[in-house]
Write a protein that binds this ligand. Structure first.
Ligand code: FAD
Length: 413
C-alpha cells in the first residue's frame, strides 16, 4: 500500500504546438509539471519544407506587440530577448494615398513599436525551446480525436502507427487553434456559450521582393520601420517587412469584390488603378503569380465562455477566441492568456506535485484558478475581439479622413 505522503508530479497534456501551446507547455514545465505536448501535424519541425508550405496558408509574418512580448518575458526573459532579435520594429503606419503621397502616423510619441516577426521562425524558436525542456515531451503526428474529461483520458490518432492511442492527464490545455477539437469535446460537458462568424471579407498574400542597387546590395523597396497601408474604403492592402528585405503583403477585400476579379487581366487592371506604387514595387509578373497560386483565405471570429471545466481543462489562444487580424492582437492575446493563467496559478498557490493526502486540496486550488480565469478574462477577450473588428474600418478608411488626421496631429504634438 502506498504512503499517503509519497508525492508525484502532476501531468499536463497540452494539445497543439502552435505558439500558444508551446508557451503554455513552457509555463507549466517551469512550474514543475510533467508536460506532454501533442501536435497533429506531420512535421511541425519548421525547418522542414512541409511545415513551411503549411505555414504559408496563414500569414507569413505577424506583428508582435508589447502584450505578446511581456507574456514571453514573464515565462522566460532570455527566450523573449532571443525572439526579438529576429523582429523588425515598426514605429508607425505609412499611409499610401492613391496619388502616391505618403503619410506617416507614429503609433506612440514615446517611441513604442510593434514588431514584424516571421511566423515560421517564431514557431521554430518555440519548438526548439520546448524540445530542449527537461519536463516536456513532444509528440508530433498525434492528432487528438476525443477527450474524456471524467476519466481524464485523451484518444489520439497516432499517425506514426496509424493506430489510435490513449494517454491520461491531470490537467488538459486545449491550444489547438480556431477549429479546436478540445473545445468541441468540452462543449459536451460544459454549458459553453459559443459563437462563430465568418466575415464577408477574405485575404490573399503577396510578396514584395527586395530591390537591388547597382552594386547588387539588397534593399527594402519601402521604409521598413513602418507597417504600410493602402486604405481604399471597402478594401485595403498592407505590407510588413521581413529580415530578407522583402515585404509580405496582404490584400483584404470583400468576397464579392474578389469574385469579380476573375481573370488575371481584370485583377491586374483593378490592382493598377488602386495600388499603383505597390504594383511598381512588386512587379506585374510576381503579382499575377501570387494571385494565381496563393489561396483566398477566410477570416473567422469565434467567442466562447467559459473557457474551463472543473479542475481539469482550459482553452487558450485561438481555441478559445479567434479574432480578425486587423488589430494584430490574435497571437499577442493568446500569449497573454498564458501569462494570466500563470499569475492565477501562483495566486491560488497551485502546486505541481501531489500526494494522496494533498490531491483534493490541490484539485480545489486548480479549480479556483481556472474558474477565476474564465471570470476575469472574458470581458477583456470580448473587448479585444470587438476592437479587432472595429480596427478594420479604421485601417481601410478612417485613417484617411480629415477628423482622424487632425486628431493624430494633435496626439503627436
Ligand atoms: P495555432 O497557431 O492555430 O496553433 C494550433 C496548433 O494546434 C497547430 O499547430 C495545429 O496543427 C494544432 N492542432 C490543431 N488541431 C489539432 C488536433 N486535433 N490534435 C493535435 N494538434 C492539433 N496575430 C497577432 O498577434 N499579430 C498579427 O499580426 C496577426 N496577423 C494575422 C494575420 C492573418 C492573415 C491571420 C489569419 C491571423 C493573424 N494573427 C495575428 C492571429 C494569429 O495567427 C493567431 O492568433 C495565432 O496563430 C494563434 O496561435 P495558437 O497557438 O492559439 O493557434
Amino acid at each position: 500500500m502506498s504512503s499517503p505522503n509519497i508525492s508525484r508530479k502532476r501531468r499536463a497534456a497540452v494539445i497543439g504546438a502552435g505558439p500558444v501551446g508551446c508557451l503554455a507547455a513552457l509555463m507549466l514545465a517551469k512550474r514543475g509539471w510533467e508536460v506532454s505536448l501533442y501536435e497533429g501535424r506531420s512535421a511541425l519541425d519548421p525547418r522542414s519544407s512541409l511545415f513551411k508550405s503549411t505555414a504559408k496558408q496563414r500569414s507569413i509574418n505577424l506583428a508582435i506587440s508589447h502584450r505578446g512580448i511581456a507574456a514571453m518575458h514573464a515565462i522566460d526573459g532570455s527566450m523573449a530577448q532571443r525572439f526579438m532579435q529576429t523582429a523588425i520594429p515598426m514605429k508607425g503606419r505609412m499611409i499610401h494615398h492613391l496619388d502616391g503621397k505618403l503619410y506617416s502616423q507614429l503609433y506612440d510619441r514615446d517611441g513604442q513599436c510593434i514588431n514584424s516577426i516571421d511566423r515560421a521562425l517564431l514557431n521554430e524558436h518555440f519548438v526548439d525551446q520546448v524540445s530542449a525542456s527537461e519536463n516536456i515531451r513532444v509528440f508530433f503526428r498525434h492528432k487528438v480525436q476525443a477527450v474524456d474529461f471524467e476519466s481524464k483520458n485523451i484518444t489520439f490518432e497516432n499517425m506514426n502507427t496509424s493506430r489510435n492511442t490513449t494517454a491520461s492527464f491531470d490537467f488538459c490545455v486545449g491550444a489547438d487553434g480556431s477549429h479546436s477539437v478540445v473545445r468541441r469535446q468540452l462543449m459536451r460537458v460544459v454549458r459553453m456559450d459559443y459563437q462563430q462568424e465568418y466575415i464577408k471579407h477574405e485575404y490573399i498574400e503577396f510578396k514584395m521582393p527586395a530591390s537591388q542597387d547597382h552594386e547588387g546590395h539588397l534593399n527594402f523597396a519601402l521604409d521598413p520601420s513602418h507597417l504600410h497601408i493602402w486604405p481604399r474604403r471597402s478594401y485595403m492592402f498592407i505590407a510588413l517587412p521581413n529580415q530578407d528585405h522583402t515585404f509580405t503583403c496582404t490584400l483584404f477585400a470583400p468576397s464579392e469584390e474578389l469574385d469579380r476579379l476573375n481573370t488575371q487581366n481584370i485583377f491586374l487592371n483593378w490592382f493598377k488603378s488602386n495600388f499603383p506604387d505597390a504594383l511598381q514595387a512588386i512587379g506585374e509578373k510576381n503579382l499575377i503569380n501570387d494571385f494565381t497560386h496563393n489561396p483566398r483565405s477566410p477570416l473567422i471570429c469565434t467567442k466562447s465562455n467559459p473557457y474551463h471545466y472543473k479542475d481539469r481543462a482550459i482553452l487558450l489562444g485561438d481555441a478559445a477566441h479567434s479574432m480578425v487580424p486587423f488589430y494584430g492582437q490574435g497571437l499577442n492575446c493568446g500569449l497573454e492568456d498564458v501569462r494570466i493563467l500563470d499569475v492565477l496559478l501562483s495566486q491560488e498557490s497551485v502546486m505541481s506535485t501531489v500526494s494522496e493526502r494533498t490531491v483534493d486540496r490541490e484539485d480545489e486550488r486548480l479549480m479556483r484558478a481556472l474558474s477565476r480565469y474564465s471570470q476575469e478574462r472574458h470581458k477583456d477577450l470580448l473587448a479585444i475581439t470587438e476592437l479587432a473588428m472595429a480596427n478594420y474600418v479604421e485601417m481601410r478608411h478612417l485613417v484617411t479622413t480629415p477628423i482622424y488626421l487632425a486628431r493624430k496631429a494633435l496626439d503627436n504634438l
